[in-house]
Structures are given as C-alpha cells and as structure tokens.
Design a protein around this ligand. Structure first.
Ligand SMILES: C[C@H](O)[C@H](O)[C@@H](O)[C@@H](O)C(=O)O
Ligand SMILES: [Mg+2]
Length: 394
C-alpha cells in the first residue's frame, strides 16, 4: 500500500479551555490567588489572568494526507502559534510522506532555532509532531501506544491537580497537588497561611494520601527551603517548580537543602532533550515533568524520557491528557501521571481538554485501563461545537 503524502497543514485557534489549561472562565480554582513570579507586583497577586496567563489560547493543528486521512493535535499557542505553523513549519511537512516524522521534527526545530528553542515555537512544533503521530496511527489503524512498542502496564494510575485534594482522595486518586497560594512577597504571614492550608488538607486526607505543592516558578531559594522544612511535619511528598526554570543552579541547591525524603520536581516549562539534559545532569530534580504538548511533542519526549531513565529519574508528564496517556503506558519510568482537574471547583473529573476533544478517556476511581486507549491515533476527535478560526489561511 503506497504511503500517502501530506497534502495540507492547517492551523486554527479556539478559546475557552481546550489546549490552554489557564484559559478558563471567572471563578475557576486555577486562577484563585495562586503564587506566581508576578506576585511581587501587588496588582498581579490575586489573579494570574491579570498578568495574561491565558493570553495565548489553544492552537489546533490538522495534517491532512492525500488519501483523506487527517490527524490533529492541540497545544497552548493561539494565533502566534498559527502564524509559525502556516508561515514557517508547514513547508517542511506538505508534500512529504506521512511516515517521515523524524525528518519533519529535525527540520522544524533547526529551521526555527534562531528564534525558538523553547516556549511558543516549540509548543507549535509539538502540535505538528503530535498531529503527525495521530495521522500515522489513523492510517495504520493502530493506537499511538502500539507504534511506541506497546504498553508495559494494564492501567494508568493518576494523581490530581486542583484546589481540593480532599475531594481528589474521595475520587480515588493516589494524591492531590495543591497550587501554592502565597509567595515571598506576602512575607511570613503568607508562609504561615501556606502551611496552615497544608495542615488542614493533611487533616482531611489522613497520613498516607500523597500531598504535593505546585509552586509555579514563584519562589526564591530561601523561601522554598523554609517552606519545605515547615511542610515536613505534614508529609509533603514533593515541591514542584519552585524557582525560575532558568535557575538550574538554584534548583540544584534547593534539592540538596530539602528534608530527607521530600522530592523536588520540575520541567513543565522546559523543552527539548537539551533542556532536560541540563535539568538532569545538574541534579535539579527527582522527577521531570515535560508537557507533551510543549516540550517538543512525542518525538522529542521519547528522547527526553530515555535521558531521564538513564539518570534513574521518573518522567511524569505535566497534564497533556491523551497525549500523555499513550506515552506513559509504554514507559517503565512513568509509573503514574497527572490529570489537572479542569472543573471550576476541582470537585469532579472531566476531560483534561474539555470541551475541545470528544472521546477523551478520563480516569475512573483514579485509574484508566490502557484498553480505553485502543483506538487509532490518539483516539480523540475535535468537538464540532467548538468553532475553529484559521487566522492565516493559505
Ligand atoms: C496548578 C498550577 O499552578 C498550574 O496552574 C498547573 O497548570 C501546573 O503547574 C501543573 O503542574 O498542573
Ligand atoms: Mg506544575
């Protein structure tokens, strides 16, 4: 059977949830006084949307082959991402056999290296890469996990990120990750409030349920160290992304300063094998957390995961929904994964990319059978009720 060629690459945008976790309506837990690097400015302390955490919105990339098969994927990149795909990346994909995913990745990365390397550009590359894997799976009639060598486990186990770890425990998750709410700018009172919140949650969930803090790049080395030692009595399992992702030196120092047994995690805002090599070789973390839709896509994540494995580190993707599940089920060093509870009060499970994807599998009782992934490609469809807009048609 001749291998089809890519006929069209289309980049569209959509607002409201979807591929941008922070593009949510008013009153959502994810924007309720969460610590951030901008909290040193009082006007940006109460809300991350106030400084534009939701500025990009979702980019949807569709890759259509000349036999009509179409793959797609999403990321956080919005209209600037659509520009990069239509005006720059598409030229390396259109007209090529749909099987040439490695070649496509290499050309997309090195052609944009002079202005990319991480962030928005690599988010856009990730979406094209994931769309190509979706297309390949659909053409071959196989789930993506089968293209990666197949599952090493029968079910996925999840922790949940949200404001209510107590409810996450009732929903059957193995742990709950809280957003840290107060950073250094709110001084000792803020530190006391953080620790009081953790103590309250520990009292609700009992001794064995995992509790973690997501610090979202908001701290300095001294504050993070004091927070960690204050959290020790409440059995905090890990501190996440405490410092600037560029401060490899501070992260390495923090990891050495933590109480015995407390883990340090990082990586959701890191990208490519080179960025994660730096994190791992400098001893910055115990668990790397690449976002599959941001780190370079699946092609690059396979290299990143192998690096982590060689360093004896776990690779537990940040969010990423089905794009994570198809990889995690095939990697020995990915024993569990994350779902970000995108429901406004973090009180129920809904698809991670709600409302944009149809057929997105969701964990039940904190678990998901790998057999639920057994549909071609990533096994999801675009919701026709979510109107796409193509800002740079060709
Ligand atoms: C809850 C955190 O502040 C972020 O909003 C979240 O998207 C991310 O850091 C995570 O690890 O889930
Ligand atoms: Mg995080």
């Amino acid at each position: 059977m001749p291998v089809p060629k890519v006929k069209h690459v289309r980049a569209s945008v959509v607002r409201g949830g979807g591929g941008d976790y922070h593009d949510q309506a008013d009153g959502h837990w994810i924007d309720d006084h969460v610590a951030s690097p901008m909290a040193r400015y009082p006007e940006y302390r109460a809300s991350r949307r106030a400084f534009g955490i939701d500025v990009l919105g979702t980019l949807v990339v569709e890759v259509e082959a000349d036999d009509g098969t179409t793959g797609f994927a999403i990321t956080t990149a919005g209209e600037p991402g659509a520009f990069i795909v239509e005006k720059h990346l598409a030229r390396f994909i259109e007209g090529r056999p749909i099987t040439e995913i490695e070649r496509a990745w290499d050309q997309m990365y090195f052609a944009t290296q002079f202005y990319g390397r991480r962030g928005l550009v690599v988010n856009a590359i990730s979406a094209v890469d994931l769309a190509l894997w979706d297309l390949l799976g659909k053409w071959r009639g196989e789930p993506v996990h089968a293209l990666l060598g197949g599952p090493v486990r029968d079910e996925l186990v999840f922790y949940a990120t949200g404001a209510r770890p107590d409810l996450a425990k009732q929903m059957g998750f193995i742990g709950g990750k809280l957003p840290l709410q107060h950073g250094p700018a709110e001084g000792e009172e803020g530190l006391r409030r953080n620790l009081a919140k953790l103590a309250e949650m520990r009292s609700r969930v009992g001794e064995d349920f995992w509790l973690m803090w997501d610090c979202w790049m908001s701290l300095d080395l001294d504050y993070a160290t004091r927070l960690a030692w204050g959290a020790r009595e409440h059995r905090l399992k890990w501190l996440e992304e405490c410092l600037s992702p560029d401060d490899y030196w501070g992260q390495a120092a923090l990891r050495k300063a933590l109480p015995p047994g407390m883990l340090l995690t990082a990586g959701e805002h890191e990208a490519t094998r080179w960025g994660f090599r730096l994190l791992l070789e400098m001893g910055c973390c115990d668990i790397i957390q690449p976002d599959v839709n941001w780190c370079g896509g699946l092609t690059e994540l396979l290299r990143i995961s192998a690096l982590a494995d060689a360093h004896g580190a776990m690779m537990v993707p940040h969010g990423s929904g089905p794009y994570s599940y198809h990889v995690v089920c095939t990697r020995q060093n990915s024993p569990f994964t994350e779902i970000i509870l995108t429901a406004p009060q973090a009180d129920r499970v809904q698809p991670a990319f709600h409302p944009l994807l149809l057929d997105e599998p969701v964990p039940e009782n904190g678990r998901l059978k790998v057999s639920a992934l057994d549909r071609p490609g990533f096994g999801v469809r675009l919701n026709p009720d979510c109107a796409l807009h193509r800002p740079y048609p060709r």
